[in-house]
Design a protein around this ligand. Structure first.
Ligand code: AR6
Length: 173
């Protein structure tokens, strides 16, 4: 059984087997979680990302997909990069957001990760409304986490995000 936990804080300060990055298709860095992970994790992560771009992911990583690299200096074994959808008023992209969680968990299970830390994918620069992003995250993890993954930890940066995930955990129970 996978336990879902919530913590308030900075995902780069977490200890976990795998830390998920809210990346973009280029895999070459950005702001928010992505910027923080590369800053604190150091250049090895970017070197791995560049190698992926030079091989399997010449055109970048598609939205909703996930791929692992080293975690560099982070207190983790792997960073799993996933590309969330940009929120759209006109188009329902919920399946793509769910796919980020599902695919990241599949990669984590394949690697043998027992603890996985997620940020609230797409809810920052990509503009996804927090309450909805939290519901999709909780529901998808509950539906798709392999039993070998002991803990999925959502790392929420501010009070608002923490509360949204707390509510989602209660609603989606
Ligand atoms: N630890 C935990 N959560 C954080 C941290 C942190 N250090 N920093 C921000 N958050 P975002 P996105 C929260 O913007 O919306 C990048 O440029 C933040 O408050 O990191 O998926 C990428 O390269 C928000 O709730 O990711 C992409 O271009 C959540 O994490 C783009 O941003 C996600 O915010 C991806 O945008």
């Amino acid at each position: 059984m996978t336990e879902l936990t919530l913590v308030h804080g900075d995902i780069t300060e977490q200890r976990a087997d795998a830390i998920v990055n809210a990346a973009n298709s280029s895999l070459l860095g950005g702001g928010g979680v992505d910027g923080a992970i590369h800053r604190r994790g150091g250049p090895e992560i970017l070197a791995d990302c560049r190698a992926l771009r030079a091989s399997r992911y010449g055109r970048g990583l598609a939205t909703g997909r996930a791929v692992a690299t080293t975690a560099g200096r982070l207190d983790a074994r792997w960073v799993i990069h996933t590309v969330g959808p940009v929120w759209s008023r006109d188009e329902d992209r919920s399946d793509l957001l769910a796919s980020c969680y599902r695919t990241s968990l599949r990669v984590a299970a394949e690697l043998g990760a027992r603890t996985v830390a997620f940020p609230a994918v797409s809810t920052g620069i990509y503009g996804w409304p927090m309450d909805d992003g939290a519901r999709i995250a909780v529901r998808t993890v509950r539906e798709s986490a392999a039993p070998e993954v002991e803990e999925v930890r959502f790392v929420l940066y501010d009070e608002r995000a923490y509360e949204a995930f707390e509510t989602a955990l209660a609603i989606e129970a």
